[in-house]
Write a new protein. Structure first.
Ligand code: PMP
Length: 407
């Protein structure tokens, strides 16, 4: 039992109140993207109807208001991550761009032949491919922390991998395919012991866990606005000041310069050095509303309720014939990944959609992880705090019917 008032919270999310294929929508694809509370939609409308102007350069009132709103989000993200200073927060298009920024700017200036970058076997493609690209360009080697049968990382194997050759460890905090919460603090400490930098992919963690980049002591942390109930097309990168200051710009253009002549350009200070061009002002502004919304409800409360949903769903699918869970580590967020014997995951997704239940199917942008488990993909239900046990019941009932089709 919980005092959590899910019906009240659902009123904040307009999109939830619709029928899909004649059935009430049950949205269980929150690991792909989260729905947006009215406060976020209002922030977008307010910005475009009241304040829209380009930022930082204008001296007129709208430009000042837009700049102030933009920079307020930077301060809000600072508190969201408990970063030491707002200058260490760089706005990006999302997790993918944050990782590419670091792999490109830091990687091309800090990696040499013989160096090693360590990632894990459960990374999203966005934390694999940028490192492969820079390793190939620099003659460095990519190493991979193996995944155990329960979907947790093999830390003993990690210890054997880390050496004086290790220059970067880039790992996912929470797996989008399995829900596993990785012991990133331990990984960070072991990486620092050999002088390596650490990037944490916080795409899934940031909506479920309290994030403290100072306690973690990570060098970089990235996340996406659209996975924390904010808009698409926006995210943030935290980087330690001294590390960011030693990095060259990622892109060139307006905003990131101090002075430009045809002979030489001097670069702006952080964070602006990494924010070339007119940014995604409206969505940055609205991301603040998402963070404020989460903080007001309290992530601990949300996570506790989501954990109840996970426990409930995990129990409820136990007796579905032929269902096998993929990812059963003890530390998990509210993600249920599974396969049904003899039934393709796409068919599960389509048949559940016919019942108004939205899940994800496929490789979840983690093909190497799927191959590790001998799978092409899974069916994945990822729960948010606006989901209900009644919705879970409808999914489970649907899965029982689908499982029967096989025989
Ligand atoms: N890493 C993880 C763990 C993710 O779940 C995702 C999104 N599925 C990403 C990275 C990429 O995020 P984005 O597409 O928002 O850049």
């Amino acid at each position: 039992g919980t005092s959590f008032d899910v019906e009240k919270i659902r009123q904040d999310f307009p999109v939830l109140h619709q029928e899909v294929n004649g059935k009430p929508l049950a949205y269980f694809d929150n690991a792909a993207t989260t729905q947006k509370p009215q406060a976020v939609l209002d922030a977008l409308t307010h910005y475009y109807t009241q304040d829209n102007a380009n930022i930082h350069r204008g001296i007129h009132t709208l430009a000042e208001r837009a700049t102030a709103a933009f920079e307020h989000t930077r301060e809000t993200v600072r508190t969201f991550l408990n970063a030491p200073s707002a200058e260490e927060i760089i706005f990006t298009r999302g997790t993918t761009e944050g990782i590419n920024l670091v792999a490109s700017s830091w990687g091309h200036t800090h990696l040499q032949a013989g160096d090693e970058v360590i990632i894990s076997g459960m990374e999203h493609h966005s934390n694999i491919v940028p490192w492969q690209m820079v390793c190939e360009a620099r003659g460095a080697t990519l190493k991979v922390i193996p995944v155990r049968a329960d979907g947790s990382l093999d830390l003993e194997a990690f210890e054997a991998l880390v050496s004086s050759r290790t220059k970067m460890v880039a790992v996912v905090y929470v797996s989008n395919s399995l829900g596993t919460i990785n012991p990133v603090k331990t990984i960070i400490d072991k990486a620092h012991a050999v002088g390596a930098r650490v990037l944490i992919d916080g795409a899934q963690a940031s909506s479920h866990l309290n994030i403290d980049v100072q306690a973690l002591d990570c060098d970089f942390y990235v996340f996406s606005g659209h996975k924390i109930y904010g808009p698409t097309g926006v995210g943030a990168l935290f980087g330690k000041r001294e590390v960011l200051e030693a990095m060259p710009p990622y892109q060139g253009g307006g905003e990131m310069i101090k002075e430009v002549t045809f002979e030489k350009t001097t670069y702006n200070d952080i964070p602006y050095k990494f924010e070339a061009g007119t940014p995604n002002i409206a969505d940055v502004v609205a991301m603040k509303a998402a963070i404020d919304y989460l903080q007001a409800l309290g992530k601990d409360n949300l996570a506790a309720y989501e954990h109840e949903l996970l426990t409930y769903a995990t129990q409820a699918v136990q007796d579905i014939p032929g269902l096998k869970l993929v990812g059963t580590a003890s530390e998990k967020i509210s993600i249920l990944s599974f396969v049904l014997e003899g039934i393709h995951h796409f068919d599960i997704g389509m048949m559940l959609d016919a019942r108004g239940v939205a899940i994800r199917t496929g490789h979840h942008c983690t093909q190497p992880l799927m191959h590790h488990f001998g799978l092409e993909g899974t069916a994945r239900a990822s729960f948010a705090f606006y989901n209900t046990t009644e919705e879970v019941d409808r999914m489970v009932e649907g899965l029982h019917r689908i499982a029967k089709l096989k025989g």
